[in-house]
Design a protein around this ligand. Structure first.
Ligand code: WT7
Length: 635
């Protein structure tokens, strides 16, 4: 009896039950039968939720890249591991086999070693979506360095805070990057980001655009110079199951991003297992996840989950609308993609393009569609189903988080009957529960509550880099004895879950999880600004957009408001990234506050939603008169 693959619904329920009743047996069997280890574990898991302490496969030894690459070489050495589709369709796509990937990763690992990078060192990677990004991640894992990939759309300030937070020794970057009809000066952004950052010893620069860049010979090194001469074999570092594999930052409710730490063995086992089952993966499939490798979706399903299963995975450098809105459909036909895993915001934006962009395509290679990042609205679900999947491809609506490492709630393609807007059922091993405000589990169906998980799963993040207390406070304190996801959800009459939205100050814009606090921090740097509060409001394409309520200092009130708005959005772009720009800016005399000075965001959220009849409990508000004023001038 193997638990690695779920063949039908009956088996799903059987495996689910097994995973709850005998989690040790369930996970150890999967781990034993499907991976290579240098040494087995003494204990399958060990945990204390209230303290945020979790361990899986205690004392086991392994290297994840041996599992992603080396063990496939005898059977699938010549199989394509990565397909690189460049931004510009006139540039030829690249296919990299498992044999070639081995060599590239080994050489890059040796390059890192030659720069003095050792096990446990942090390496920040700020690269466009080119093969070197995937290869650098694997090269870090090969030698036991902890990678921290920073999405290449982030600003220099965002890079700096991430580099400083983890004390990175090395940054891997590129001269520039291509995005649609633009080229972006990546190296320049990094130079600015690390001015006076003392931890960074070297900057390794990959050539992509071949544009001239400033080069500091004491610090900067051309990747290619070292790569050419590097040895093409590398003995993988022996890693402990709980050695950190990577750090990935996600927004929280304070200005400081949280560096989520994922470790080696549990992450490996569960990303592989979920990839296999959620996507109903077969050996001849061509898997395309459109996310950036700078997000967890890219880490777990473009890279690790896919390679662990020996899959062919696609890396796309460009954007869905360049050179025109048929680009995704071109790529699907060109590479005979079987699995297309994307975000609702991309679907909504492509829905608005003329249908002829889709109609001229065959799309018959598609077998499974996936959605991730935010709730998929019914209209987008049906369009995706009817026009892309032609009603023959299951849509897996996958719910998970940076913190969870792997998909936790989703249909199993070709097994679980889907239902529009529902993530459906938790995967085996995931004990999802709904909790009420009094910390009681809400049993039964047709109920709603705070979505929690009451038992650890292998790929859960282990801590926040440098701040375990914040980890405990954020995830294990609101509902003691469980992990709190920060989401609200409902469970329907058959037990299917639907995620209804965030319970905290995080807004999901175009599938990006944005903390409002760091955006407010950027706004507040404007000399004319006194205070600000940012909330989300529904947007047809982006899912949500940002609405900023801003009060001005006296000297600001006489300023031209359109200019002020431009300056504020520019500040956000510089300090946070363009994705955090506000769609609406309302200047207000004051913000509604509680006696203790806390901004009543709930009230501002309701105003942005135009729900003006009931603000809930406002008894603690000290300045109700400002609310009338804000409503009268709402945008
Ligand atoms: C938050 C996590 C996990 C990959 C990308 C986002 C929301 C994610 C869904 C979904 C409804 C979803 C949740 C979650 N979310 N997937 N299928 N349906 N909501 O990772 O940036 O860590 O964001 O995204 O609110 O908590 P992330």
């Amino acid at each position: 009896m193997s638990y690695y693959k779920i063949a039908d619904l009956e088996q799903y329920f059987k495996h689910y039950k097994k995973s709850v009743r005998e989690p040790r047996k369930f996970w150890s069997k999967i781990a034993e039968e499907n991976f290579t280890w240098y040494q087995g574990w003494d204990k399958v898991f060990d945990f204390d939720f209230p303290k945020g302490e979790i361990k899986w496969f205690v004392n086991a030894k392994l290297n994840i890249t041996k599992n992603c690459i080396d063990r496939h070489l005898s059977k699938r050495g010549d199989k394509t591991a990565l397909i690189f589709e460049p931004n510009n369709p006139s540039e030829e796509a690249q296919r990299i086999t498992y044999n070639e990937l081995y060599i590239k990763v080994a050489k890059t690992a040796n390059v890192l070693k030659s720069l003095g990078i050792k096990k446990g060192d942090r390496v920040c990677i700020y690269l466009p979506m080119i093969p070197e990004l995937a290869i650098s991640m694997l090269a870090c894992a090969r030698i036991g360095a902890i990678h921290s990939v920073i999405f290449a759309g982030f600003s220099d300030a965002a890079i700096r805070s991430r580099v400083e937070d983890c004390n990175a020794k090395l940054i891997i970057t590129a001269d520039g990057g291509f995005r649609g009809d633009k080229s972006i000066k990546i190296k320049e952004i990094v130079d600015k980001a690390i001015e006076n950052v003392t931890s960074v010893e070297k900057v390794l620069v990959v050539k992509r655009t071949n544009e001239q860049v400033a080069f500091n010979p004491l610090r900067d090194v051309w990747f290619n110079d070292l790569y050419q001469d590097a040895n093409d074999t590398n003995i993988a570092e022996i890693m402990d199951a709980e050695d950190p594999l990577f750090i990935l930052y996600t927004s929280g409710s304070t200005g400081k991003p949280k560096g989520m730490v994922h470790t080696t063995a549990g992450y490996m086992v569960q990303t592989a297992y979920s990839f296999q089952n959620v996507f109903n993966y077969n050996d001849t499939d061509v898997f395309w996840c459109t996310a950036d490798l700078g997000w967890i979706t890219g880490h777990s399903y473009i890279l690790y989950g896919a390679l662990l299963n020996g899959a062919t995975t696609v890396l796309f450098e460009g954007i869905p609308t360049f050179p025109n809105p048929s680009r995704y459909w071109d790529i699907i036909d060109k590479h005979k993609i079987t699995h297309f895993y994307t975000a609702p915001t991309a679907i909504r934006s492509l829905m608005t393009a003329d249908y002829s962009y889709v109609a001229s395509h065959n799309l018959s290679s598609l077998r499974v569609l996936g959605s991730v990042g935010e709730p998929i609205n019914e209209e987008a679900w049906h369009w995706f189903n009817d026009f892309i999947g032609k009603k023959r491809c299951p849509i897996v609506d996958t719910w998970w988080q940076t913190e969870t490492g792997a998909i936790l709630i989703a249909p199993i393609a070709c097994v679980t009957p889907t239902k529009p807007t529902y993530a459906t059922l938790p995967l085996p091993g995931v004990q999802a529960v709904l909790m009420d405000d009094k910390n009681n589990e809400i049993k039964g169906n047709q109920v709603m509550g705070s979505l929690c998980v009451k038992f650890p799963w292998p790929s859960i993040a282990r801590t926040i880099w440098g701040d375990h207390e914040r980890f405990v406070k954020t995830y294990f304190s609101d509902f003691p004895g469980t992990y709190f996801t920060g989401d609200n959800a409902l469970r329907d009459e058959v037990g299917y879950y639907r995620i209804t939205g965030r319970a905290d100050d995080v807004v999901i814009v175009s599938g990006h999880n944005l903390g409002t606090a760091p955006i407010e921090d950027a706004i507040n740097q404007h000399p004319a600004v006194a205070e600000s509060a940012v909330v989300g409001f529904p947007h047809d394409i982006k899912g949500n957009a940002l609405y900023g309520y801003i009060s001005l200092k006296l000297e600001g009130t006489s300023r031209d408001k359109d200019n002020l708005k431009k300056e504020i959005n520019q500040l956000i772009a510089d300090h946070y990234g363009p994705i955090g720009k506000l769609d609406k800016i309302q200047f207000v005399t004051d913000l509604p506050k509680t006696r203790s000075g806390k901004i009543l965001r709930r009230v501002l959220r309701s105003i942005a939603l135009n729900q003006l009849d009931n603000f809930g409990d406002t008894s603690t508000m000290i300045n109700p008169e400002v609310v009338k004023n804000i409503i009268a001038n709402r945008l």
